[in-house]
Write a protein that binds this ligand. Structure first.
Ligand code: FAD
Length: 506
C-alpha cells in the first residue's frame, strides 16, 4: 500500500482503539487479558498535576482547560470544541455520577413532544455488564433508596459518599415535603479527593486524585498488560478500508507533525460521539459504514438546567455538595402522567463559579449569596432527530441542531421550583446549559436491528464493515434522563466480550 505524502510505518496491531475515554479505555481493559496486541491512539496528553486543577477561577472564569480545537455553527461562526482531549477523555472532568438506565429507557418512552425509540437490547441484556462496570469504577451509593432503581442482583460496591451537614439538612427538608432523595451512585474516593484540595469534583479535572474515571480505573490497569500500548498525541484523521469497503485495514493519524498509518485487524472507534462520527464521515465520500445515512445524525446531549435555590436562613458551608438525587419524577409526574426526568445536586457553586456566568456582579457579593443557596442539575431526555447532526464542511466539524422535548424539561424545572418552595427555598433561578458544550453527547452512530436504518448492530459492530466496532456514546439509541458514562462503560465491556468471542477467539 502506498499513499501519497504519508509516512508509512511498519506498525501493525491486532486491535486499534481510537480514544482513551470511557468507552475506549474500558474496552482496552476488557480485551487486554486475551493477549492480542492492542494499540490505543489518543489525541490528547495526560493531564498534569497543576494548581489550576483545583482553581475555580482558572477553570470556570478563564476557561483554562477549554479545547483549542474549533467547532462551527451552521452560519460559520466558530467556538471552542466542547470536548476535553486528554487521557481518559471527558471523564477526567465529570461529576462521576454513575447511573444505570432504567428498564423502560430501553423499551421506548412517550412524551408530549414525541417518542424515544426502543433499543435493540433490553435492560436485562445489559444488567450483568452494569454489575461489572460498577465494580470497575468502584461506585459508591445505596441501590435501594432510589424509587426508580431497576432490578439488580448485586449491591453497589461501596457505601454512599456522606452528605455534609448543610446537605443533610436539604435532604431532610425535601423528605419532609414527601420526596425520596437517594444517595447518588458516585465514582469518587472522597477522602483522597479532599486531600488534594477543598473543592467539589464536578467540572474539576482529576490528576489521579481520587476520581474514579476512565484513566484511573481502566486505562492505567490496561497499560499494565504488556500487550497494550498507548500512543499519546495521536489524532486519528480517517479509517482506511479494503477496496470492497467491507473491512477496515488501518488507521491514518497525525502525531508530532507527521501523518502515519497503523494497520489493524480490528478497529474500535471510541473518540466520543461527535469526533467518532466526524472520523467516519471523513473516511469515505458518503461516510464510512453509512449505508443507513445515519452517521452524524440523531445527536443528543440531554436538556439540562442549573437551578440555584435560596433561603436566607439556610447556611451552606459545604465543600462538595453533590451527594443526592431525586428520581420521584423519573417515571411519571409530567403532563398526562408522562415522565419528567432526573434531578441531582450540582457540585457546590461558589462565588468564583457564579462569577463566570454573572461577570458584572462582584465576586465577594456572589460568594455571600452562595452561602445561602443550594444548586441542582435538572436533566430530562432529548429525542433523536435526523435533523440534529454533525456535518463536515471542508474538514470542519459543524454542529447543526435544535433543542427538542422542551415541554418536559420546562415541566421538570417548574416541579422542582414548587417542591423547593414548599421546603423553604422561596426563591430560585435557573439557566439552561449551553449547547456548545454537549457534555452528554451521544447517538451519532446509533445501534439498531436493521443495517438500512442504523450503522451499528446490537453488539456495537458496524453493519457495513465487519471488523469495525464503536464503543463510545455514539452508539446510544436514546439519551434517557440519567448520566451516560456507566452505560458507555457497560456497553464497551459487552462489545469487548463479543470481539473476543468472534474476532480474537480468546
Ligand atoms: C463537566 C462534565 C461533567 C460530566 N458529568 C458526568 C457525570 O456525572 N456522569 C456521567 O455519566 N457522565 C458525565 N459526563 C459525561 C461523560 O464524561 C461522557 O458521557 C463520557 O466520558 C463519554 O465517553 P466516550 O467514551 O463517549 O467519550 P470520551 O470519554 O470523551 O472519550 C473520547 C476520547 O477520544 C479522544 N479523541 C477524540 N478525537 C480523537 C481523535 N481524532 N483521535 C484520537 N483520539 C481522539 C479524546 O481525547 C478522548 O480521550 C460529564 C462530562 C463533562 C464534560
Amino acid at each position: 500500500m502506498h499513499i501519497e505524502g504519508i509516512k508509512l510505518t511498519k506498525n501493525t496491531t491486532d486491535v486499534v482503539i481510537i480514544g482513551s475515554g470511557m468507552g475506549g479505555a474500558t474496552a482496552a481493559l476488557a480485551l487486554a487479558p486475551c493477549g492480542a496486541t492492542i494499540t490505543i491512539l489518543e489525541k490528547g496528553a495526560q493531564l498534569l498535576a497543576i494548581p489550576e486543577n483545583r482553581d475555580a477561577r482558572a477553570i470556570f472564569q478563564k476557561n483554562y482547560f477549554a479545547s483549542t480545537d474549533l467547532w462551527y455553527e451552521p452560519g460559520g461562526a466558530s467556538f471552542a470544541a466542547g470536548n476535553h482531549y486528554n487521557h481518559g477523555g471527558n471523564s477526567k472532568f465529570y461529576g462521576a455520577v454513575l447511573s444505570r438506565y432504567r428498564e423502560r429507557d430501553f423499551e421506548g418512552v412517550s412524551y408530549p413532544d414525541g417518542d424515544a425509540p426502543p433499543w435493540p437490547l433490553t435492560y436485562r441484556d445489559l444488567a450483568p455488564w452494569y454489575d461489572k462496570a460498577e465494580a470497575l469504577f468502584q461506585v459508591r451509593g445505596s441501590a435501594h433508596e432510589d424509587p426508580s432503581e431497576p432490578p439488580r442482583t448485586n449491591p453497589l460496591p461501596f457505601p454512599p459518599v456522606p452528605d455534609e451537614p448543610a446537605i443533610a439538612e436539604v435532604r431532610r427538608r425535601l423528605s419532609g415535603v414527601g420526596l425520596r432523595p437517594f444517595s447518588l451512585p458516585l465514582g469518587i474516593d472522597i477522602d483522597t479527593w479532599l486531600k488534594h484540595g477543598q473543592t467539589g469534583w464536578d467540572g474539576f479535572p482529576d490528576a489521579r486524585t481520587g476520581k474514579m474515571d476512565a484513566e484511573t480505573c481502566a486505562l492505567q490497569p490496561a497499560l499494565a498488560f504488556a500487550n497494550v500500548t498507548l500512543q499519546s498525541g495521536a489524532s486519528v484523521r480517517r479509517l482506511i478500508c479494503s477496496p470492497d469497503g467491507q473491512r477496515v485495514t488501518g488507521v491514518e493519524y497525525e502525531q508530532g507533525g507527521q501523518v502515519k498509518v497503523l494497520n489493524a485487524g480490528v478497529a474500535i472507534l471510541a473518540a466520543g460521539a461527535i469526533p467518532s462520527a466526524a472520523i467516519l464521515l471523513a473516511s469515505h465520500t458518503s461516510g464510512l459504514a453509512n449505508r443507513s445515512n445515519q452517521v452524524g445524525r440523531n445527536l443528543m446531549s440531554h436538556n439540562t438546567s442549573a437551578l440555584i435555590a435560596f433561603d436566607r436562613k439556610f447556611n451552606n458551608d459545604s465543600v462538595y455538595q453533590k451527594t443526592f438525587g431525586i428520581n420521584d419524577f423519573y417515571l411519571t409526574g409530567g403532563p398526562g402522567g408522562s415522565p419528567l426526568g432526573n434531578i441531582q445536586l450540582l457540585g457546590r457553586v461558589t462565588g468564583a463559579i457564579l462569577k463566570a456566568n454573572i461577570p458584572h456582579i462582584p465576586e465577594r457579593l456572589l460568594e455571600r449569596l452562595t452561602r445561602h443557596s443550594v444548586d441542582f442539575f435538572v436533566m430530562s431526555e432529548d429525542l433523536p432527530s435526523e435533523k440534529n447532526r454533525i456535518r463536515l464542511e471542508h474538514e470542519r466539524i459543524v454542529l447543526d441542531w435544535e433543542r427538542n422535548n422542551m415541554t418536559t424539561h420546562r415541566a421538570l424545572v417548574a416541579r422542582l421550583k414548587t417542591v423547593l418552595r414548599d421546603a423553604g427555598f422561596r426563591f430560585s433561578v435557573e439557566k439552561l446549559f449551553d449547547r456548545k458544550s454537549p457534555s452528554h453527547q451521544c447517538g451519532t452512530i446509533k445501534m439498531g436491528s436493521d443495517g438500512a436504518r442504523s450503522p451499528l448492530d446490537c453488539w456495537g459492530r458496524t453493519f457495513d464493515c465487519e471488523n469495525l466496532f464503536v464503543t463510545d456514546a455514539s452508539s446510544f439509541v436514546s439519551s434517557a434522563a440519567v448520566n451516560p458514562a456507566l452505560t458507555v462503560a457497560a456497553l464497551a465491556m459487552r462489545t469487548a466480550w463479543h470481539i473476543r468471542e468472534t474476532e480474537l477467539h480468546a
